[in-house]
Design a binder for this molecule. Structure first.
Ligand code: 6GU
Length: 227
């Protein structure tokens, strides 16, 4: 898939792209591009934002700047772009990112994430250029970049080749294999540490019992909301 992030801080994504599972996903033929919003600004001095009509604190990303930027990157009117690929505004009030949305995005051939800064986007950007608005939780970050990395991390690790082991993503928290429940607890050596023992069943070698034990622990965690 092709994942594009439109941002005022493209260099932030250099570090992110070097992380193992991201690098693996890219080596497997996927693409992650950090596109500089300022590259195509029609305004002098690289201006991208302005004060809000009606007054109030902070600055708002201008719709004309986003129009020029998307046109510059994709060569088409952004009003049409959102019919060709998911174009997502990252904003604290958007649809909360969860496993279902991550799977939905991982199945897309191409996604563009728009990072807001300051007080966010002129609403016309969301209305006319975006297919979705997405949030990573009900709290406010200084900008959409960290949210974009969260989305990219969660989506890219779903793609073939991102994780070392083929089954790593199949039976993990919230997966269909676990009925949408969180993952069961894991243990490794030593089996006894300071008197804290690993559950006997995991050392028993009885695969069916282990499977049942894990499923039960997973259900418990789903029922209590703890993971
Ligand atoms: Cl997507 N953006 C910002 N600025 N803050 C957030 C967020 C996004 N999701 C949660 N908080």
């Amino acid at each position: 898939m092709q994942l594009d992030v439109v941002t005022l801080f493209p260099q932030w994504f250099d570090w992110f792209s070097e992380q193992r599972h991201v690098a693996n996903a890219l080596a497997a033929g996927n693409e992650l591009r950090a596109l500089d919003l300022r590259e195509h600004t029609p305004l002098s001095g690289g201006q991208v934002d302005d004060t809000p009509f009606g007054g109030g604190a902070g600055m708002v990303l201008r719709v004309d700047v986003m129009d020029h930027a998307l046109r510059g990157f994709y060569g088409i009117d952004p009003v049409d772009l959102r019919r060709e690929r998911r174009v997502i505004a990252l904003t604290p009030g958007g649809r909360i990112l969860d496993e279902a949305l991550v799977n939905e995005l991982a199945a897309e051939p191409a996604v563009t994430l728009l990072c807001g800064r300051y007080e966010g986007f002129d609403e016309r950007i969301v209305q006319h250029f975006c297919s979705d608005a997405v949030s990573i939780g009900r709290y406010v970050l200084a900008g959409g970049e960290l949210a974009a990395m969260v989305v990219c991390d969660a989506v890219l690790r779903k793609l073939p080749g991102a994780l070392g082991h083929a089954d790593s993503a199949a039976e993990e928290s919230f997966s269909a294999a676990l009925g949408g429940d969180p993952e069961y607890p894991h243990y490794t050596r030593p089996a006894d540490y300071r008197g804290w023992n690993v559950p006997d069943v995991l050392l028993s070698g009885h695969h069916e019992e282990i499977r049942r034990w894990r499923r039960a622990r997973s259900r418990e965690r789903g029922a209590t909301g703890g993971a």
